[in-house]
Design a protein around this ligand. Structure first.
Ligand code: ZN
Length: 310
């Protein structure tokens, strides 16, 4: 068992930029890249192992081969079971649409058995006045919410939270949200690609058409009370929920631990450099630690996110 460095797949979203290639060394085939899916095992994108005896394999292929040794005694539920997490980097050169994600129950019933999507963001970089939309300023009714979408006044009701590099945000399913322009984030989320858009800044795609909005589904799933405290931070844990836990490691020197055989872990190098069990990682690289890997030695100088399912 060795740390599995992952090779991402890319998305050429129209609001994306060039930073993933220029600053993070990503080998994207696109001029403009919005997302790199670093740890992904979804029908819309699969990352693969980069290096070693498992080079080129997808997570699904490796799951068939290694089973609980890869995913963990608690996480492995059969070769065809859904991988629980999706981990991305997002480069927002422009504003992303204002959107919301359903929870597990709504997604299962309305989106062909998809998972819901609770997510968290770690702000890897942020322009001076950049921020995010995070829920509503005041409580709002379903009718008021729907009307504000129809008459283009939604942004008068949404809460704008300024961002600084190093901030983190927890976005449970049902929270209205949008990443603002000038922000680069690491996103850890449930393995789902279901998004209901409610406002897209009146943008047009390459063919001059607006992107679809999903107003009725959005109104059905959105939490109408203000999102409240949006930052979760103690010394080390920056997000914790029933789906995942995320720790921020300010790495100076070396740390050692033993991976619990019940679940795999993922390490994301957000800044600086690190070496994990002899595998060198630079800024923007992600590694999956198999559940049965045993002892882990992480050394270097930088910021590393450590995440695992609960
Ligand atoms: Zn989202």
């Amino acid at each position: 068992m060795y740390p599995l460095k992952m090779k991402p797949i890319f998305k050429d979203n129209l609001w994306g930029g060039t930073r993933l290639r220029d600053e993070y060394g990503k080998d994207t085939p696109y001029e403009i890249t919005g997302e790199s899916w670093e740890v992904a095992s979804h029908k819309n994108g699969e990352s693969t192992v980069d290096g070693g005896e498992h080079h080129g394999k997808t997570i699904a292929q490796l799951t068939c081969e290694l089973k609980e040794k890869l995913l963990g005694d608690k996480v492995y539920k059969g070769d065809d079971a859904k991988f629980p997490l999706l981990i991305k980097f997002i480069d927002a050169r422009d504003n992303l649409s204002v959107q919301v994600h359903p929870d597990d129950k709504f997604a299962f019933e309305n989106e062909n058995g998809e998972l819901g999507k609770t997510e968290m963001w770690y702000i890897m970089d942020s322009a001076d006045d950049a921020g995010i939309i995070y829920g509503f300023k005041e409580p709002i009714t379903k009718d008021e919410f729907k009307k504000s979408i129809e008459d283009n006044t939604l942004l008068e009701y949404t809460h704008f939270a300024k961002c600084t590099k190093g901030d983190s945000f927890f976005i449970p399913a049902g929270t209205l949200h949008a990443i603002g322009k000038g922000i680069l984030i690491a996103e850890i989320q449930q393995n789902s690609d279901t998004t209901y858009r409610v406002y897209d800044y009146d943008r047009r795609d390459a063919n001059g058409n607006p992107r679809d909005l999903h107003v009725d589904k959005a109104v059905a799933v959105t939490t109408l009370a203000p999102a409240g405290e949006y930052k979760y931070q103690d010394d080390c844990t920056i997000a914790e929920c029933e789906y995942f836990k995320v720790e921020k490691l300010d790495l100076k020197g070396s740390k050692e631990w033993t991976v619990d055989k019940s679940r795999f872990e993922v390490l994301i190098v957000c800044e600086g450099e690190a070496v994990v069990n002899g595998i060198k990682l630079t800024k923007g690289e992600t590694v999956l630690l198999p559940a049965y890997i045993g002892n882990v030695t992480l050394s270097g100088d930088g910021v590393v996110l450590r995440t695992y399912v609960m």
